[in-house]
Design a binder for this molecule. Structure first.
Ligand SMILES: Nc1ncnc2c1ncn2[C@@H]1O[C@H](COP(=O)(O)OP(=O)(O)OP(=O)(O)O)[C@@H](O)[C@H]1O
Ligand SMILES: [Mg+2]
Length: 255
């Protein structure tokens, strides 16, 4: 523990044209924490995750990861935008797993997991392969390494996507509804992998509707609505005893 939060958002704003989506997000994610983000559709959860790895640019406020401003450098009291190459370096440390797995269809599971370290880090094949095999083993796919995505179930593909993100040895993992596109019987295996990752100490931000997972594995939970944090705290407290009407209304629909 360094004491410094892994993610710190201070008054983060983001608009798309005239649509003001994030309206001043303040939150801190501590090192090693599993931080769950819940809220209704359109509340800005994905937008916020995308700002963290600078797939979207923040319009106002400050957002930092591991003490570094995302996408900007500060000189005196002025902010300067980083070059694309500098943004790419920041993004390497952040793994992202989406609802849709977006695996490369023409590569095997092993090839998918090896690809980024080969292309982005310039690793040797032997090193990338050794790690990819270890990671696929870890997500329970040691016997499927040679399968193409079309030869894997949705849950298996999502576990390959998690292994692929881990292959870059990130210090932070972002999950955007990783199980919501899966058939119900495939959800458990993916959540098990995420639980194992949490137990290994990975810092994770998880957008999810899996309230059971949030309650059991989450260290913190934030309820977002309309681009602001409405309520936050220990997941068991927020889910068990919500304080705000909007939180209560949302939970009554998903619990
Ligand atoms: N690239 C974009 N251009 C314009 N509007 C966008 C863009 N991306 C998102 N939005 C809008 O921003 C709002 C927030 O979207 P976002 O995807 O962050 O919501 P969400 O909380 O992740 O919802 P869901 O639970 O449905 O995934 C929505 O109204 C959406 O239409
Ligand atoms: Mg979303």
């Amino acid at each position: 523990m360094t004491g410094q939060p892994m993610v710190k958002a201070e008054g983060v704003h983001k608009s798309y044209g005239a649509a003001h989506i994030l309206r001043g997000i303040d939150l801190e994610v501590q090192n090693g924490e599993v931080f769950c983000l819940v809220g209704p559709s359109g509340s800005g959860k994905s937008t916020f995750l995308r700002c963290i790895n600078h797939l979207e640019r923040v319009d106002g406020g400050r957002l930092s990861v591991d003490g570094q401003l995302v996408g900007y450098r500060q000189k005196g009291d002025k902010l300067y935008e980083l070059k694309d190459s500098e943004v790419a370096v920041q993004r390497r440390d952040i793994g992202m797993v989406f609802q849709r797995f977006n695996l490369f269809p023409h590569m095997t599971a092993l090839g998918n997991v090896m690809e980024a370290p080969l292309q982005v880090k310039g690793e040797t094949k032997a090193v990338a392969r050794e790690r990819a095999e270890r990671l696929l083993d870890r997500v329970g796919l040691g016997d499927k390494m040679g399968n193409y995505p079309s030869q894997l179930s949705g849950g298996q593909q999502q576990r390959v996507a998690i292994a692929r993100a881990l292959a870059m040895e990130p210090k932070l993992m972002l999950f955007d509804e990783p199980t919501s596109a899966l058939d119900p019987e495939l959800v458990g295996d993916v959540l098990d992998v995420m639980r194992d990752l949490a137990e290994s100490g990975m810092t994770m931000i998880v957008v999810t509707h899996e309230m059971g997972f949030a309650r059991e594995v989450g260290d913190s939970l934030v309820f977002m609505d309309g681009g602001v944090v409405v309520e936050s705290g220990n997941p068991r407290d927020v889910l068990g005893n919500p304080q705000h009407d909007r939180t209560k209304a949302f939970l009554s629909k998903v619990l």
